[in-house]
Design a protein around this ligand. Structure first.
Ligand code: ATP
Ligand code: MG
Length: 668
């Protein structure tokens, strides 16, 4: 018997057991949706621990932070030992963790800031300005575009030349200037001690490649790498895995090529398809049973993906009994009718005993959820959103964080300017002058403890009409690190709010109450941390890398429906799933239809497959017949072409809101 007492044979099927109990080595588990890949990986961790592997020797890489938390929690339930030194997280969070330890080796300090997209854009504008490019005559790429170009280079391993020629041919004449900006941007990041998200991966790889002794440290530690959602790794992540796995370390990757949906972010399906050649002698395991969905849903999913050409052969059998209830194909009159239908059906399912947290409404793009959001709100049905603007991405949250970031990283120019420009009368020019005064003060390289900020800052020349506010800001900063020690993160947030920020939002916004309560919530969240650097790193990681369901206001309320983009729903499951807006041009996306790009269309179809396979028992596919607000003027819509791949006998067709209500008691 094992220390954990787990009966692996009972908990797993033969195929899963073969993978879980396989000897150390390189292994790929490739299997369709809902076949227990994630479960296999979780049990593999337990198996390793049961067979003498120490928890510190395991590295578990997942696609979202949430997935990693859930897997760790599951392992905790399974095994008796303490696993707190097992490393688990997204590639970005693991990169961050490694870089914090070795930042000095790369010319950064361990308190480097993490730039989000907005920060990146403001740094890039500054760099473009300093390059003195004559942009009057021809359009030069905007910071946003530049950021995307640089990001693609990092994530795909392609050259600047390739990326610009391929996806941004319009700007090809600017290639030399773009190269110059790219260099300037890298220098600027170094000078301001900051990294963007891509650097969390790119710099980690650089660290490993340039400093073999550092790599050796981690290779020696992580004897077992486990990777979930392997089909969505990009080339830099692939490189990270390759380096860490070097030599005799074992690697178990699980994935499903049919669910590869992140090529737009540089993920490359070929990684999973070429696993056997990357790792000669590796084992490939397949699982052919689906445990998630009833056969009625599974058959439909198989029919949907069959139209694609690329990929491993897979045909999933359901382990579940048929219910005789077919997925519903629901024609609704327009988006409002669709929302009414979804809300109504949710209430009925709840009456049938299905909890709200077992239901999800999925869509291709965030904006498609608006009517449903409004309808659910109107009917008092609680919901949480995992797509769209998330809590930590909101401007007011980032404003407050800027104060904290600056005091912990004095080279953080972006945060400094963001903070000062909140004051009335301080624009970019004045902010730049203040930044120069700070640079000239000689304090910037001064190690801990921080000075009393006000002693120094009050000597700087702030514009006359901001003098009072500038003073307030200085004293606020003092409160963040009295006697050279940082106070707790939640206290810092509160000090910023009371010192400066409350006045700012009161004077500038009409939704003062919302903003104030968001910041109070942030302060509350800060209560989970004692270390300010850890808190700030977490903030950055939560806001843009992956979809944390933190966007909703009622985070502590479990009893709610999930609204999610399909991308964010990857790996998850619900009893009942509504997939809305299945109209051509909405899903598949209109731009892709216009471009006639077959590879892109196949990716859309994989996305469709991901959506269908989230459902366990009930599936509703709806399409509005009219779109009165269509900006193209095409009011009559066409059902999604993906629906044409369904044999008629596999679905039940419903019509809602055409002549009379679909439900007689509740007319729409
Ligand atoms: P996806 O491709 O969507 O990520 P997956 O292959 O990772 O799916 P899991 O999420 O691990 O699949 O499993 C799907 C569901 O099936 C889960 O509820 C899981 O607990 C259940 N399941 C998997 N294998 C078994 C098994 N052998 N016995 C009972 N339930 C199982
Ligand atoms: Mg999974």
């Amino acid at each position: 018997a094992h220390a954990s007492g787990i009966d692996y044979v009972a908990a797993l099927n033969t195929e899963q057991y073969a993978a879980v109990s396989s000897p150390p080595g390189k292994a790929l588990v490739i299997a369709g949706a809902g076949s227990g890949k994630t479960r296999t990986l979780t049990y593999r961790v337990a198996w390793l621990l049961d067979h003498g592997v120490e928890s510190r020797q395991i590295l578990l890489l997942t696609f979202t932070n949430k997935a990693s938390r859930e897997m760790i929690e599951r392992v905790r339930e399974l095994v008796p030992q303490d696993i707190s030194d097992l490393w688990a997280g997204t590639f970005h969070s693991i990169g961050n963790r490694i870089l914090r330890r070795h930042a000095e080796d790369l010319g950064f300090t361990r308190s480097f800031s993490i730039l989000d997209r907005d920060d990146q854009k403001s740094l890039l504008s500054a760099v473009v300005a300093s390059c003195e490019i004559d942009t009057k005559q021809r359009r030069f790429p905007k910071p946003d575009v530049l950021a995307s170009i640089f990001s693609l280079i990092e994530n795909t391993g392609a050259t600047l030349e390739q990326v610009v020629a391929g996806r941004y041919a319009y700007f090809y004449d600017w290639i030399d200037e773009i190269a110059k900006v790219k260099e300037g941007y890298a220098a600027k990041k170094q000078a301001t001690n900051s990294m963007d998200f891509d650097d969390l991966l790119g710099q980690t790889v650089r660290l490993f490649e340039e400093q073999p002794e550092v790599l050796a440290l981690y290779q020696k530690r992580f004897r077992h790498l486990l990777v979930d959602e392997y089909q969505d790794t990009n080339s830099v992540q692939g490189r990270m895995i390759f380096l860490l796995t070097g030599g005799s370390n074992s690697l178990m990757a699980v994935g499903d090529d049919a669910q590869s949906i992140y090529s737009w972010r540089g993920a490359d399906m070929d990684h999973i398809l070429s696993f056997p050649t990357t790792w000669p002698g590796s084992k490939v395991f397949k699982i052919e049973t689906n445990y998630r969905s009833v056969p009625e849903i599974l058959d439909l999913s198989n029919a949907a993906i069959r139209a694609n050409t690329a990929g491993f052969e897979k045909d999933l059998r359901s382990s579940r009994q048929g219910t005789g209830i077919k997925p519903a194909l629901v024609a609704v009159e327009d988006p409002n009718t669709q929302a009414a239908f979804v809300a109504q059906r949710i209430l009925e399912l709840r009456d049938e005993g299905i909890e709200l947290e077992e239901m999800a409404v999925l869509y291709r793009a965030h904006f498609q959820s608006l009517e449903v959001q409004m309808e659910l709100t109107r009917r008092g049905i609680p919901f949480g959103i995992t797509s769209g603007l998330r809590f930590f991405e909101q401007a007011h949250i980032k404003d407050v964080a800027a104060f904290l970031r600056f005091v912990t990283n004095r080279k953080d120019e972006v945060s400094f300017k963001r903070m000062t420009m909140l004051l009335p009368g301080i624009g970019p020019g004045a902010a730049e002058k203040l930044w120069q005064s700070w640079l000239n003060s000689g304090f910037i390289d001064n190690p801990q403890p921080p000075p009393k900020w006000s002693d120094l800052f009050l000597q700087f020349k702030a514009p006359k009409k901001s003098a009072k506010h500038w003073e307030q800001l200085c004293y606020t900063l003092d409160e963040l690190s009295p006697d050279g020690e940082f106070v707790a993160p939640s206290q810092m947030i509160f000090s910023v709010l009371e010192g400066v920020y409350d006045d700012y939002i009161k004077e500038n916004f009409d939704n003062y109450d919302n903003r104030r309560s968001d910041i109070e919530q942030l302060s509350q969240y800060g209560g989970n941390f004692t270390d300010i650097e850890e808190f700030l790193a977490q903030l950055s990681l939560m806001s843009a890398v992956d979809g944390e369901p933190t966007g909703d206001r009622s985070a502590n309320d479990d009893e709610k429906v999930t609204l999610s983009s399909i991308h964010q729903a990857k790996g998850l499951e619900w009893k009942a799933v509504f997939l809305i807006w299945l109209a051509d041009g909405q899903f598949p996306n209109g731009r892709i239809l216009d471009s006639d790009d077959q590879a892109a269309l196949e990716e859309e179809r994989r996305l469709f497959y991901v959506a269908l396979t989230r459902a366990k028992d009930d599936l509703y596919l709806s399409y509005p017949m009219m779109n009165p607000k269509s900006y193209t003027g095409d009011i009559i819509t066409r059902p999604s072409r993906f629906l044409e791949d369904f044999p008629a006998e596999m679905v039940e067709e419903w019509k809602v809101g055409m002549d009379r209500g679909w439900n007689d008691d509740e007319p729409f």
